[in-house]
Design a protein around this ligand. Sequence first.
Ligand SMILES: [Zn+2]
Length: 195
Amino acid sequence: MDTAKREPKVKGNQILDISRYIKKTYGPDAFERAIAAIKKECKYSIPQNIRGSSWVPEKLHMDLLETIEKMFGIGDYDVCFNAGKLSGGVGFKSIYNIFIEVFDIIFLLKHAPIIYRTIHSHGSINIVLDKSKKNLYRIRVSHVPFPTKGYCAYLRGYLHGLIRRHISLKNPLVEEEKCFLDGKPFCEFKCSWED
Ligand SMILES: [Zn+2]
């Protein structure tokens, strides 16, 4: 059995989006400093040149989020939230770009499970519908391989950015109502916006 294949992976575009946010906010060398801090302890290889379409270790994604919070944050995980917001808002360089531009947010959210699996090799997303409200969805994220607070904040930001990207959707609000770090079987995010 090839263990390298079973190692949880994420698409490089997630790392590049974080890099973009960190450089823009904390200076051109900030991303390199964060990677150098991770390299000291990590037991996986970090690719020299990360490309958006290539797979990189999911552990790198998780470690990077925790590291940037430690280096640039004040412990409230706002750095991770804002990195996620940028990624969901302007990132997402894939075939699904066309979905974002052409279809509405409901279509997009309904297809989130498929989209998620184009970015992550492990984990899954379920959408919980509330038939009485058109502007409220709950998104459950399960089986994340290395759950961390930074990743939860990043996901919350990602969903916020994605909803806000649809300019007709005013004031998105994304709250994490349940979290596997509190012993729940999944993280559940309540996503709402003004009609
Ligand atoms: Zn969580």
